[in-house]
Write a protein that binds this ligand. Structure first.
Ligand SMILES: NC(=O)c1ccc[n+]([C@@H]2O[C@H](COP(=O)([O-])OP(=O)(O)OC[C@H]3O[C@@H](n4cnc5c(N)ncnc54)[C@H](O)[C@@H]3O)[C@@H](O)[C@H]2O)c1
Length: 342
């Protein structure tokens, strides 16, 4: 598998995004013998400031590049001859995919195929070189009140975002099966933690509560999500990247099922506590709005395979992870308010 003792050139795509930034920070710190190449198009979702602590590290390089730009991608690969890829670059917001699906096709599907094509071209006689595709449990569609997603769950993507990720998974799987590319796929549940873009449920709700604005809750708020702390996800990615058999697929979940309404109330409780507000102040801002089109009802993962085969275990439950996440989001909101506009 990946040799942790010798120098490796690791390409991480989407490393300026939420999960990618945590992964890059961990790789740069824990693997000084490797060079970590972070490729990112710096879309609206990126924030390079999260990588400030390692931006000058000798084993870190940043490349401002779009995975749909084949000539630039080809030149980059020829220059650096990557030994492995961890591919996170994607359009990641379901609501945006409902409003404008096209870019989800070009980035998430065509962009993935561009990377697979280059990996295959450059790694013909190097079966140890690994392509790790980061995907979502949303490719499996929606669960009823019972049961869990596992590696055996049939694909049934419901949103344009999920369809684009499912398509990318199939391309990765096909390249492993047809050409013998050493590819692995992980499908994880909803991540939370510092660095998440303010359009996503938890940071959006914290920021609106902080400003005393109404906090939208889709439909009846009874949708269930299985929350996974981003640092637990990064640990799972590394276990799979370093140890999994070629062609393997693992689901990664937080064993933390929460209804959206319960989650919003818990966020409100923590916001009130951290801001010294009268209990109930922030919860009063929660306002039901029209449900998202085609909104999936429940996601939940059974992570038995990664636990038993690779020894990964979830470390943080939502209650303990939420407080530091809310504190981080409040700090970002406050410092954004204090920063003068150019
Ligand atoms: N956040 C979650 O809860 C979650 C859950 C399951 C799977 N995932 C998957 O994990 C990966 C990372 O998710 P995230 O939440 O960090 O996303 P994010 O939106 O925070 O970050 C995505 C990053 O990709 C970059 N990017 C977008 N288009 C690009 C392009 N064409 N070329 C190069 N870079 C581009 C963006 O600039 C951004 O830095 C995605 O593949 C996503 O589908 C996320």
């Amino acid at each position: 598998m990946i040799d942790t003792q010798t120098h490796q050139r690791i390409l991480v795509t989407g490393g300026a995004g939420f999960i990618g930034s945590h992964l890059v920070l961990r790789l740069v710190r824990d693997f000084p013998q490797w060079t970590i190449h972070n490729l990112d198009a710096l879309t609206y979702a990126a924030d390079l400031s999260h990588l400030a602590p390692i931006s000058q590290a000798p084993n870190y390089r940043f490349h401002h590049l779009d995975i749909t730009d084949v000539p630039a991608l080809t030149e980059l690969w020829e220059t650096h001859q990557f030994d492995a890829v961890i591919h996170l670059a994607a359009e990641s917001h379901v609501d945006r995919s409902i409003q404008g699906p096209e870019v989800f096709l070009t980035t998430n599907v065509q962009g993935t195929l561009n990377l697979l094509t280059l990996a295959l071209k450059h790694w013909k006689d190097q079966p140890e070189n690994r392509f790790h595709h980061i995907s979502t449990d949303e490719v499996y569609g929606s669960l009823g009140p019972e049961g869990y997603f596992s590696e055996q769950s049939p694909y049934a993507p419901n949103s344009p975002y999920a369809a684009s990720k499912a398509s990318a998974d199939h391309w990765v799987r096909a390249y492993a099966h047809t050409y013998g590319l050493n590819a692995v796929i992980t499908n994880c549940s909803n991540n939370y933690g510092p660095h998440q873009h303010p359009e996503k449920l938890i940071p959006l709700s914290v920021e609106r509560m902080w400003r005393m604005e109404s906090v939208p809750m889709y439909g009846d708020g009874q949708q269930v999500r299985d929350w996974l702390h981003v640092t637990d996800h990064v640990s799972g990615i590394l276990e799979v990247f370093l140890k999994a058999a070629p062609g393997a697929q693992y689901v990664i979940g937080g064993k933390n099922e929460w209804k959206n309404q319960e989650l919003l109330r818990e966020i409100a409780r923590v916001v009130d506590q951290l801001l010294g507000r009268t209990p109930g102040t922030s919860a009063a801002l929660i306002t039901p709005v029209q449900d998202r089109l085609g909104h999936d009802r429940r996601y939940a993962i059974n992570p038995q395979k990664i636990e038993q085969e690779l020894g990964w275990m979830v470390q943080k439950d939502l209650r303990s992870g939420l407080e530091e996440t809310v504190a981080w989001c409040l700090e970002r909101a406050q410092s954004a308010q204090n920063t003068p506009k150019p």
